[in-house]
Structures are given as C-alpha cells and as structure tokens.
Design a protein around this ligand. Structure first.
Ligand SMILES: Nc1nc2c(ncn2[C@@H]2O[C@@H]3COP(=O)(O)O[C@H]4[C@@H](O)[C@H](n5cnc6c(=O)[nH]c(N)nc65)O[C@@H]4COP(=O)(O)O[C@H]3[C@H]2O)c(=O)[nH]1
Length: 633
C-alpha cells in the first residue's frame, strides 16, 4: 500500500480494477484501462483549449466594441468641444461642489480675461477672482455675482442680468441643474444693444440733418406741457425756407441736401441745448423754445434765426441764398395739446409767408377761423367738381380793323348752390394751391373744345391754363385727347398762359409749349406788362399773341404812361409778328385809341360780357355764317 500510496491515484485505481483476487494483474486489461484514461484526458484538453479560444475571441470582440465606442465618444467629444468653442456665448458649467466642469474658449473672451485663465477644476470663487483681477468686475458687481450664486445654487432658480463692462455689455443667464450644479451663459450684447440704440435713434431723428423728427418733437412738446403746469412758458416756432425749392430744382438735390444741413447748423447755433430743433420734412423745421419769458424771447429767437439763416451759403462752388419765414405759437395760451399748438404755429407761418416772407408772425385766434373757412372752400371745390357745378362762359374777341369776331375766351364760373355765381378770382388761387386745378383745368379744356366744335370754322376758343397744370404731367395728352374727341383743328384752340408759367422750370415749360404748338395750338401771353420779365419771355418762345393787361387799357384815355406802354407793346407785337389783344375794352374812345396804336384785337364789355355757351352760339347765328362784326365805334 505504501507503494500504492506513492502511485498516482488514478493509476492505483486502475491497478486495483485489473488485479484478481489472487493478486495477479491482468496486463491486457490494464493496458486497456490506461489507454481509456489517456483518451479521456486528451478529450478534456481539447475541450479546454476550445473553451479558451472561444473566451479569447469573446474578449477580443468586447475589446473591439469598446475601442469603437471610445472612438465614437471621442468624435462626439470633439464635436461638442468644437460646438462649445465656436458658440457666440461663453459657457461655464459647475458641479454641485461649485467646481468648473465645462468651460468653452469663448468664455474668456466674453469675460474679458486672458485666454486660458479659466480652466476645468477651478472653483466658482477662483473664477470670480480671475475676473476681479482682470478688473472687469467692480465691487458691487462682485457682490451681485456672489448673490446670484447663492440664489442659484441654493434655490435652483434661474437668473438673468446685464452688466456694462467697460465698453462692453454682457448678459449673464444662470440656470440650476438637476445634479445640484448650475450652468452660466455669458452673451456679449454690445453690438446688439448698439444696433438697438441706433434703431431707436433713427426712429426719433431725421436721417439727413440728425435733428429730432416729428415723433421726438411731439415727446418734447408733451414734456413742455407738463412743465407748463408748473408755470414754465414755452414757444413753438415753425420755420419754412423761402426759395429752397428753386435752389433744389436748379442746382440739384445734392446741393439741396447740403443746404439743409448748413441751415440746420445755423438753426442749432441760434438755440440753447435745452431747446429742441426738429425737421418736419422738406424745408420745414420746428423749434421748441423752453423756459423763457414769452413772447419777448420767441421774438428775439425769430429775429436771430432770420438773420442767421438768410446769410449766404457757399455750397459745392455755388453761392446760395435762402430766406426763412416763421410762425410762432405760445404754450399753453395758443393751444392745450401738442397738435393744436403745432397747427397754430403753422397757421402763423402761413400768414408770415403770405405777408411777404422773411418775417415772423404770432398766432392769432382769427387765423384759425380763416383757415377753417379756407379748408371748407377746398372741400367745396372738390365736391363741386364731382357735382358738376362749374360752367364756362364765353367772351368775344374782336378784330379791331374789321370788327369781326375771331373767337371767344372761355372763362370759368362756379354756380355755387348757396353762394350763387362765384367769380374765378375767388376760387382759382385755392384750386391751384390744392391741386384741384389739375382735374378742373382738364375739364375746362375738354368743355371749351366741345363748345367750339359747334361754332363756324374760323372762330377759335381761348382757354386759360394755370402754372400748376404745366407742372403736372399730362397737359399735352389732355389737349390732344380733347381736340381728337371733338374733331377740333389745333389752330382753333388758343392757350393763354401768364408769366408765372415761364418762371418755373424753363426747359420743361418750353418743351410743353413746343409740343402744343406742334399740335397747331396757338399760345398767347396773358396779362402782358404786369410781370417783371414779360419782355424777356417774348424772346424765349414764339408766342402767337400778346394780351395787353386791362389795367393799361383802363388808363389809356387818362394822362400817364399807359398810352405809351400800349403803343410800345403793339409795336413790339408787329415787329415780332405776334397779334396783340387789348383786354377790358369798355369804351368806344379806348377802341379808337387802340386802333390808332395799331393793336390788332380787342376784348371787353364794349363788345360783350362773358356769356353762356348758348348765348355765344346765338350771337354767332344772329350775325349769320360770318364774318361776324360789331357795329360799335
Ligand atoms: N372790368 C372789366 N373786366 C373785364 C372786361 N372784359 C373782360 N373782363 C374780365 O377780365 C377777365 C379776363 O380774363 P383773364 O385776364 O384771363 O383773367 C381771368 C383768368 O386769369 C382766370 N380764369 C378764368 N377762367 C379760368 C380758367 O378756366 N382757368 C384758369 N386757370 N384761370 C381762369 O380768372 C381771371 C378772371 O376771370 P373773370 O372774372 O372771368 O374776368 C375776366 C373777364 O370777365 C371789361 O371790359 N371790364
């Protein structure tokens, strides 16, 4: 046994198995048993090796997955870092222990601290210390930052504040996180706030002059009204430049703009910093003069403004001169609301302009009543056009030599339902101012052509055309259409213009006159001799006729220069090949003299007052198919 004891246990068991009771070992059996054991061991080893291989493969697969996950995480991480570092916001994330766990590169820029001075792992207190060192936080702000921290960390609330930091404005938003930490975002608001301030400024100021605009002026007026309750008086001055339009039209908009800026500088030099100057549009300005003794101070300011603004300007090589008219209203006596006060200052301005320009007027209560009457008349005019209350009367024009009727002048009348027949002088100026003259004048041309088409072929019709119609496009089209519609030869229409037409943009005016002449239409210069430069206009355009103003005819038989003037104009007409018509001929004596002076045509009560179309037609038919002559004189 002791020998068996040194034997391998398995081998001892195998020996025992093949040993007979007699103690004999059956060798073949032993060999068989041993062989079986070896085979068993071989199988175990093979199994173990396979198991190990499988395990190794699994480990490798797990490793590979891990590597892929790490790589993916790295990509993700890089992306997050790139995103964080490229954000316009600075971001700082703290954990529950108030340690910085995430910070992007922008953080240092926004906080205006040196790049790299803030890093993950720093405490909130360290971060604030870096900022304080960089001197971007004042004491008050440092305290606020600590307060914020306390509030956010302790209460989990969100907090937003904006702080000016040198020339910067930074918005700080703090939010608590679920894990007890918090995230702070810092946004540089400097540019945005600048842009907002710019927009705000633009909304309140005039772009060309940088003066206050109407909206800001209103705010200033409201403030002045509030102070007026405490006993401070103030004045509103409305300014309008005289002759600005002429400068703008002749020298161009660039010069016009520069002139407005130069005028602005002069206006600003006349007022104090507490006053407000505004541009209301075009060449209109307004000033709120505050806290002064009124009306003396407003008068002094108006005088100063007129003196300064009227001095000559040197602009782009041109010497330019404009004047200024001023209307003044005193708060609160002339209006209890900003709009009323402005409106009343405007009414006073209107009066200043009407009374010669280059001067100032204070608002007076009766101006308002007059303006309201004017406004009513304007509305009435527009209504009258729609209601067909206008009519044309016709006054004969007579050849002096033969006393034959050569044509009629169409004269506008307004059959007002309450006021009766309103003469043109009472409404044409307002129709011109308001633009009603444009449709009204077109109606006159149309109606005159319609009436003339009923007359014999040698009888023409003369129509007055206002300067405003010349300024508005479409006059030639209106004439062309009227002639075509009524089948009237162009030569039977005569257009009477006054000097005021020649005063406006000469190139355009002459162009329109030439186009009309090409249609065969004749052009006459009305009221000749009353203007300043009638003579010079005769040179610039080949008028067909000159109409001598009736003021000269009236004085013809009395002593004075009228006779010499009529004689000179008739002579001028003859030498220029233009007919001359004397207006307002009332007596046979006047006619005799006109004939002696060589005047070709006459018009006046002596031959007939303005009459209805029906009467004109009757006059022509009574006298037969023509020529139509008058037996007078
Ligand atoms: N004292 C006196 N007056 C005489 C005599 N003969 C004619 N008249 C008046 O003198 C004016 C002549 O017309 P005008 O100089 O073109 O002056 C016209 C013309 O400038 C303007 N007007 C008239 N109709 C129109 C029109 O359709 N369009 C435009 N734009 N203006 C018109 O109104 C002005 C006044 O027209 P009316 O009141 O019709 O006044 C007319 C006429 O009635 C006379 O012997 N003695």
């Amino acid at each position: 046994m002791s020998e068996n004891g040194r034997m391998h246990r398995l081998y001892a068991a195998q020996l025992t198995k093949v040993t007979s009771a007699a103690g004999e070992v059956n060798l073949p059996d032993l060999a068989k048993v041993v062989s079986q054991s070896y085979e068993e061991a071989d199988r175990d080893r093979t199994r173990t090796q396979r198991a190990m291989r499988l395990m190794a493969e699994e480990v490798e697969e797990a490793n590979s997955k891990l590597r892929k996950t790490i790589a993916a995480l790295q990509v993700q991480n890089d992306r997050f870092s790139a995103a964080l570092d490229n954000m316009s916001l600075g971001i700082a994330m703290y954990d529950a222990d108030e340690r910085l766990v995430v910070a992007n590169q922008r953080l240092c820029d926004v906080l205006c601290v040196p790049p790299g001075s803030l890093s993950v792992g720093m405490s909130y207190r360290d971060v604030v210390a870096v900022c304080t060192e960089a001197q971007h936080f004042g004491d008050a702000l440092t305290k606020e930052i600590y307060d914020v921290r306390r509030r956010v960390f302790k209460t989990g609330s969100a907090y937003h504040f904006e702080e000016p930091r040198g020339n910067h404005i930074v918005a700080v938003t703090t939010r608590a996180l679920n894990d007890g930490g918090c995230i702070l975002t810092f946004e540089d608001m400097t540019e945005r706030r600048k842009a907002e301030a710019q927009v705000e400024h633009m909304a309140q100021h005039d772009a060309l002059t940088n003066l206050a605009n109407r909206s800001r002026l209103r705010t200033r007026l409201e403030e002045s009204f509030t102070r007026a309750n405490r006993g401070e008086s103030f004045a509103v001055l409305c300014l309008d430049l005289d002759r600005f339009k002429a400068v703008n039209d002749t020298l161009g908009h660039a010069v016009g703009d520069e002139l407005l800026r130069a005028v602005t500088a002069r206006i600003c030099s006349c007022i104090r910093a507490i006053d407000t100057a505004a541009r209301l549009g075009g060449d209109e300005f307004a000033i709120v003069q505050v806290g002064v003794e009124q009306p003396q101070e407003a008068t002094a300011l108006a005088r100063r403004l007129i003196e300064e603004v009227s001095k000559a300007y040197e602009i782009q090589g041109h010497t330019v001169a404009v004047g200024v008219s001023i209307g003044i209203a005193i708060g609160v006596q002339d209006g209890a609301l900003p709009e009323t006060l402005l409106k009343n200052a405007d009414l006073a301005l209107y009066r200043a302009k009407a009374e010669g320009r280059g001067t100032w007027r204070f608002f007076e209560t009766e101006m308002d009543a007059r303006m309201q009457a004017r406004r009513r008349l304007e509305l009435d005019l527009r209504r009258a056009l729609v209601e067909r209350e206008f009519d044309l009367f016709y006054q004969p024009l007579v050849q002096i030599g033969t006393r034959e009727i050569t044509g009629f002048e169409a004269l506008l009348r307004w059959r007002h339902p309450e006021r009766g027949m309103v003469p043109p002088n009472e409404f044409i100026p307002l129709a011109e101012e308001t633009g009603v003259i444009v449709p009204l004048g077109a109606w006159v041309i149309e109606r005159a052509c319609e009436e003339a088409a009923k007359w014999p072929e040698h009888i023409s019709v003369a129509v007055n055309v206002s300067a405003v119609q010349f300024r508005t496009p479409g006059l030639v089209d209106v004439v062309t259409a009227a002639l075509a519609r009524w089948g009237l030869a162009g030569a039977r229409l005569e257009i009477e213009i006054t000097e005021s037409i020649m005063l406006q943009d000469n190139v355009t005016t002459l162009g329109i006159l030439r186009r009309l002449q090409r249609l065969g239409v004749r052009i006459s210069m009305d009221d000749f001799g009353t203007g300043y430069s009638s003579l010079s206009y005769l040179r610039s355009f080949p008028f067909d006729k000159i109409k001598i103003d009736q003021s000269f005819i009236r004085d013809l038989t009395s002593q004075g220069g009228a006779q010499a003037i009529v004689s000179a104009i008739s002579g001028l007409g003859r030498s220029l090949g233009m007919r001359t018509t004397a207006e307002g001929v009332e007596t046979a004596e006047q006619l005799t003299q006109l004939r002696a002076e060589g005047c070709t045509e006459a018009q006046g009560y002596l031959f007939g007052r303005p009459m209805t179309g029906k009467e004109a037609l009757e006059l022509l038919s009574v006298q037969g198919p023509g020529p139509h002559s008058f037996a007078c004189a």
